[in-house]
Design a protein around this ligand. Structure first.
Ligand code: GDP
Ligand code: MG
Length: 681
């Protein structure tokens, strides 16, 4: 059996080491809500401690009969028992509940005046923290209102009412009146009737707060009455009576039981200790003691403490376990779920006994806190998944082996499939409530996907433009030079026709559509406008090529050569391409004139590029370039004239003709000499 300890001392200080006592009393057992608190109230030396010790086998100090003036130590004492003194009953649950007994030790009658404050506070404390308050009184005190018991009860009722006036929780305290030295002449029933009447009168006369002016004593208290024989004169009966009373503190079906559910404060033992400490502090400081609020405060503090502990354990395990399974979705979900569950279980186990609303709210907080961790982890998983999916996208979209499908078909197909895969993963996490919101992740993925597709299509376009350019380069160069080297009057018509045909042929490989309507679809998923821009870019490049080819080729010397060639062809060969044999000089002179005319008639054609209807040819350059400027810069930084048609100016033409004439004069002279040779030989 445990010694009693002083919970509140003479100086009205709450002893803070009481928790050690609780732990010592309860050992390794989890007490939870399975405990009871009972206290006693009554005049000094009215046998209170004696009663408690007999009833609960406690060891409170009593005033020894032999040394009457031995003073017990003032304060509120606490003792623990699991052993109720009973007559017939055994605990029906098979387990003896932990009972905490509070004994109030006031001062002796002589000093009472000075100490009413303590008694009032002690009573208030007892009512606040106990399920049952024993009111101990002598039989002969009953009916005498001046008995200070009742005066004190009045005060306690009053204060209690101001505390519980707002109380809607239905919490009650049992006031158990124990009538000592009950001789039995007046039956218990009539004693209890007069006590009840007295209490009801006190209640009616109370100054009640407006909000509970109609409330009844029985809204807050249950009343029970019992009588005990004189301990010294009738020790056997006294013992018997105490045991009968003890029966009421042990639960058995269909028998009176004084620890009713509605008396319990519904705080686990640990919470109750904090609660009672808070209560005492408020009482001692004469502050308003709002008990429901106190309970909420305790619940808030305790659930917070439990939640923090559970969360710390959770985080520790989290750091140990999660990184091992981060790459495996199934295992990851399993692990996260089990971490969540074990954290909530740990919390529930201890916290569920506190005020339900507080317990549930804190539980939600805890779950939310865990979701922050989950979200970070899921983000890492999804980032890795996205990376892999985008790699697959690049691989499958740029896979040229699959010739049956276009870029846009491939990119659409793969997009849908990787998006599905991502969404499935996201749903799996969402279903398991491991994410606050999956929408953000989906949006993020969609954004990245769009960027990836854009990147791939930009690359594809670039490669189409490059390849198309490569395709046309050789053909345009060869065709143009071939045509210019042996020009006819309609050479520019031919060049343009070839030029357009070459572009058209090249585009056939990369785009669907007709060159006639000038709309192409490069099958990369572009809009009509974007497709047109690509088409214009290809044309621009081709025009640049044509421009450079023409201007590079038609230099003065080359043109002289072209005219020479044309002259020679006409002068030296007949219509059947056979070399001419000259008979006389006139013949030569005539042929010379004809050939010269024939040769020079293309000089203007080569100098200014026009169509056969005399329209100057204007090259198409990209609209982005500044059209005002005559020069544009090519890819390697060389400037070229935009004036495609203007090939040779007058001065150049004059020089060309000069060179040409000199050369053909030699030709004609040679021809004439050859006649002389033949005629002289
Ligand atoms: P407390 O101050 O109320 O705790 O009273 P105690 O338990 O210390 O007892 C005070 C005195 O009353 C002691 O001398 C006891 O022997 C005596 N006493 C105890 N029980 C009874 C009882 O049932 N009847 C009478 N008349 N005296 C009692
Ligand atoms: Mg005592």
């Amino acid at each position: 059996m445990d010694e009693a300890i002083q919970l509140i001392d003479e100086q009205k200080r709450f002893h803070s080491d009481y928790w050690d006592y609780f732990k010592k009393c309860t050992g390794d057992r989890t007490v939870g809500l399975g405990y009871h608190v009972i206290s006693v109230f009554g005049s000094q030396s009215s046998g209170k401690s004696t009663l408690l010790n007999t009833l609960f086998h406690t060891k409170f100090d009593t005033m020894d009969a032999q040394f009457k003036r031995q003073q017990t130590t003032k304060g509120i004492w606490l003792a623990h028992t699991r052993n109720v003194n009973t007559l017939t009953k055994k605990d029906a649950n098979g387990s003896n509940a932990d009972i905490f007994v509070l004994d109030v030790e006031g001062s002796d009658g002589a000093e009472r005046g000075e100490d009413q404050d303590f008694e009032r506070k002690a009573a208030l404390f007892a009512i606040s923290v106990s399920e049952v308050l024993i009111v101990n009184m002598w039989e002969q005190q009953i009916g005498l209102y001046q008995g200070n018991n009742m005066a004190l009860l009045k005060t306690v009722f009053e204060v209690n009412l101001s505390l519980f006036g707002k109380n809607t929780t239905g919490h009650k305290v049992l006031l158990l009146f124990v009538i000592r030295d009950h001789v039995g002449v007046t039956p218990l029933q009539s004693l209890s009737d007069s006590l009840r009447a007295e209490l009801e009168k006190i209640w009616a006369d109370l100054n009640k707060p407006a909000e509970c002016s109609n409330s009844s004593l029985y809204d807050f208290f249950d009343l029970e009455f019992t009588g005990l024989a004189h301990k010294l004169l009738q020790p056997k009966e006294f013992e018997e009576n105490v045991k009968q009373l003890g029966d009421c503190f042990v639960y058995q079906d269909n028998e009176p039981y004084y620890f009713k559910k509605e008396y319990h404060h519904n705080l686990p033992l640990e919470g109750w200790t904090m609660y009672s400490e808070n209560c005492w502090e408020q009482i001692e400081n004469n502050k308003d003691l709002d008990l429901p609020t106190q309970q909420i405060l305790v619940s808030t503090f305790k659930t917070e403490e439990i939640a923090n502990e559970a969360f710390n354990n959770f985080e520790q395990k989290y750091n140990d376990e999660v990184h091992l399974v981060i790459k495996d979705k199934t295992k990851l979900i399993e692990t996260l779920n089990s971490l969540k569950e074990s954290c909530l279980n740990e919390y529930d186990e201890q916290a569920c006994r506190y005020t339900k609303s507080v317990y549930l709210a804190k539980r939600e907080d805890l779950a939310e806190k865990m979701i922050v961790n989950f979200t970070q982890t899921v983000q890492i998983f999804l980032d890795e998944l996205s990376k892999q999916l985008f790699q697959r996208l690049t691989r499958e979209v740029t896979d040229k082996k699959n010739k049956d499908s276009s870029f846009s078909q491939r990119s659409k197909g793969v997009s849908v499939s990787i998006k599905d895969e991502f969404k499935d993963a996201l749903d799996d996490f969402g279903k398991n409530e491991l994410l606050a919101s999956s929408e953000e992740f989906m949006e993020q993925f969609d954004e990245l996907l769009a960027e990836e597709i854009k990147r791939l299509s930009d690359e594809e376009i670039k490669s189409i433009i490059t390849k198309a350019y490569k395709n046309v380069t050789l053909v345009i160069k060869e065709d143009t030079i071939r045509l210019l080297s042996d020009p006819e009057k309609d050479v520019w018509d031919c060049i343009l026709k070839k030029f357009e045909q070459t572009i058209k042929d090249a585009l056939k490989k990369y785009a669907a559509g007709s060159g006639d309507s000038l709309t192409y679809d490069f099958q990369v998923g572009l809009s009509e406008e974007e497709n047109n821009a690509v088409y214009r870019k290809i044309r621009h490049n081709s025009w640049h090529l044509l421009n450079v080819t023409v201007h590079d080729y038609l230099k003065e010397d080359t043109v002289v050569g072209i005219l020479r060639e044309r002259f020679e062809k006409k002068f030296r060969y007949d219509d059947n391409d056979s070399p001419k044999l000259w008979k006389n000089e006139e013949e030569i002179d005539q042929a010379f004139r004809l050939a010269r005319e024939y040769a020079t008639e293309v000089l203007n054609v080569l100098s200014l590029a026009t169509t056969s209807d005399n329209v100057e040819i204007v090259a198409e350059f990209d609209e982005e370039d500044d059209d005002e400027d005559e020069y544009y810069k090519d890819d390697v930084g060389i400037y070229h004239s935009r004036r495609f048609a203007h090939i040779l100016n007058e001065l150049q033409k004059e020089k060309i003709l000069q060179h040409f004439r000199r050369q053909i004069n030699i030709t004609v002279l040679d021809s004439k000499r050859s006649i002389i040779k033949t005629t002289t030989s």
